[in-house]
Write a protein that binds this ligand. Structure first.
Ligand code: SF4
Length: 486
């Protein structure tokens, strides 16, 4: 059956390092699927691989730096003699292909976003170019590729959840953002295709699907003439076998009443809103060319909470945008205190070439950005700790995601203060062995807080349990297992 397996040229060992956002994770999984289909042997540890693919991120300074450091780190593996080929793709490669060819001779093969499904075929016999790494044909032309349900895909997430990319690209004019120039125009997959993939994933035991795009609320407008996200959610809520459907990357001015209706009516749809707001000062929102002002953002939050009172809201904000004054920043802090958002990510503005904001005057000094970033985080931690108190005493459905194999957690919680979970004081080690942790439908994977579960004698990853919440911290909740009614 598998003569091909013995073909030495294809049974190379390959590892993929996937950087950046879940949309890149999906691309990496398609690459893994293609490589498996072509009978490469896949390894997790890059130091054990003959071929290492780095699927890069390239949208802000910090992620570009991380991508280049990762490429150089992998290149150093050549020393142990196992690494034969260093292959680089993703957003950094698509954005800076020519520069990378010139400046990083360590790279053997470069490919852009249109070659996600072609890279496997190129690893075997790259077209030699004596001096510079070959660039796959049409790799850097405008990104037009988006996978579909027939694309081979090997999931890299835990067995109970998977990301589903519903569209690619973006046509919005946010002045700080380079993504439209990297990922291309907005292009939606068909509803039938997405539903087919969701059914396939559910049939393989996936219980939670996280829908991702650059802007999920615009889904379908390019293909059906108007946004169809509400209709898509309604269809997916009928897919048997799923427990949770989570929607990410909503654009604030496009959160429609129709979508809120569908989300409120379908218990399978998580009451979870991931809505990047970016700022709250009207002056800065205008300069960012964001649709809507502070009043619109406030109304959106009110509409969500009126329809779904327990809704969990995640957002991201940029501090230090060109021209941001102390007064603008103070307005952002006031908005945070007023809005009581559950989970928030903050970015210091990154001056990006080829973006309108990149050439704006009044660039904010890096020192000021750092101070504002720390202050915004501090304010939000206090806000989050207060807003999470609403879960204390509630019994919530939790999926177990991590189990430490030692003494069960004894439930002692003392003291408070920022980052308790991440760098605890000597007496406050909440991440003790034997502890299980999981997520509720109000917490997204990989970005939000978790539930620290006490008293679970035999936790297993992927298990669904009922947990009574006993404590709420800035990021995390603490709770104990209650016998499930089911
Ligand atoms: S909506 Fe998001 S991806 Fe699109 S331009 Fe704005 S920030 Fe960039």
């Amino acid at each position: 059956m598998n003569p091909k397996i013995s073909d030495p040229s294809t049974s190379k060992t390959v590892a993929i390092i996937s950087l950046g956002c879940p949309k890149n994770t999906v691309d990496s999984e398609v690459m893994l699927g293609k490589l498996a289909q072509d009978h490469y042997s896949l390894v997790k540890d890059p130091s054990q691989a003959e071929v290492v693919i780095v699927n890069t991120c390239g949208f802000i300074e910090a992620s570009k730096k991380e991508s280049i450091e990762t490429i150089l780190e992998v290149a150093r593996l050549r020393k142990n003699g196992r690494l034969k080929s260093l292959v680089v793709g993703g957003c950094l490669a698509h954005r800076y292909g020519e520069e990378l060819r010139r400046e990083l001779p360590e790279i053997d093969i470069l490919f852009g976003l249109n070659d996600v499904e072609n890279v496997a075929g190129q690893i075997v016999n790259p077209k030699p170019d004596s001096v510079k790494p070959p660039l796959l044909p049409n790799s850097l032309s405008e990104a037009t590729y988006v996978y579909d349900a027939s694309s081979p895909r090997l999931l890299s997430t835990p067995a109970h959840f998977a990301y589903v990319k519903i569209s690619e690209g973006c046509d919005l004019p946010c002045t700080f953002c380079i993504i439209p120039k990297i990922r291309g125009h907005y292009r939606s997959r068909s509803m039938e295709d997405i539903e087919r993939e969701a059914r396939h994933l559910a049939s393989r035991g996936i219980k939670e699907i996280c829908l991702v795009a650059q802007d999920s609320t615009w889904y379908g407008a390019d293909r059906y003439g108007k946004p169809k996200i509400a209709e898509l959610m309604n269809r997916l809520a009928k897919v048997e076998g799923l427990e949770w459907i989570r929607l990410h990357y909503l654009y604030p001015s496009r959160v429609s009443d129709e979508l809120l209706e569908v989300m409120a009516a379908n218990p399978m749809i998580c009451p979870y809103f991931d809505v990047p707001l970016q700022h709250a000062s009207n002056r800065i929102l205008k300069s960012m060319q964001r649709i809507g002002d502070r009043a619109l953002l406030e109304r959106m939050i009110q509409r969500i909470r009126a329809k779904i009172p327990q809704a969990s809201i995640r957002s991201t904000f940029i501090v230090g945008f060109p021209g941001e004054t102390d007064a603008d920043f103070q307005e952002l802090l006031d908005f945070l205190k007023q809005s009581q958002l559950d989970y928030v990510g903050f970015f210091a503005y990154s001056q990006e070439e080829n973006t309108p904001a990149g050439v704006m005057e009044n660039q904010v000094p890096e020192g000021t950005k750092k101070i504002r970033l720390a202050e915004a985080c501090r304010v939000q931690e206090e806000v989050a700790e207060k807003s999470h108190q609403r879960w204390v005493g509630e019994t919530l459905r939790v999926v177990v995601e991590e189990v430490d194999d030692a003494e069960p957690y004894d439930g002692a919680v003392a003291g408070s203060g920022p980052k308790a979970r991440h760098n605890p004081g000597p007496h406050l080690d909440l991440r003790v062995p034997g502890q299980a942790q999981g997520r509720t439908r109000y917490q997204a994977p990989e970005v939000d807080g978790v539930v620290l579960i006490e008293g679970h004698r035999n936790p297993r990853v992927g298990q669904w349990i009922d947990v009574e919440i006993t404590h709420a911290l800035q990021q995390d909740l603490v709770g104990r297992v209650v016998p499930s009614k089911a």
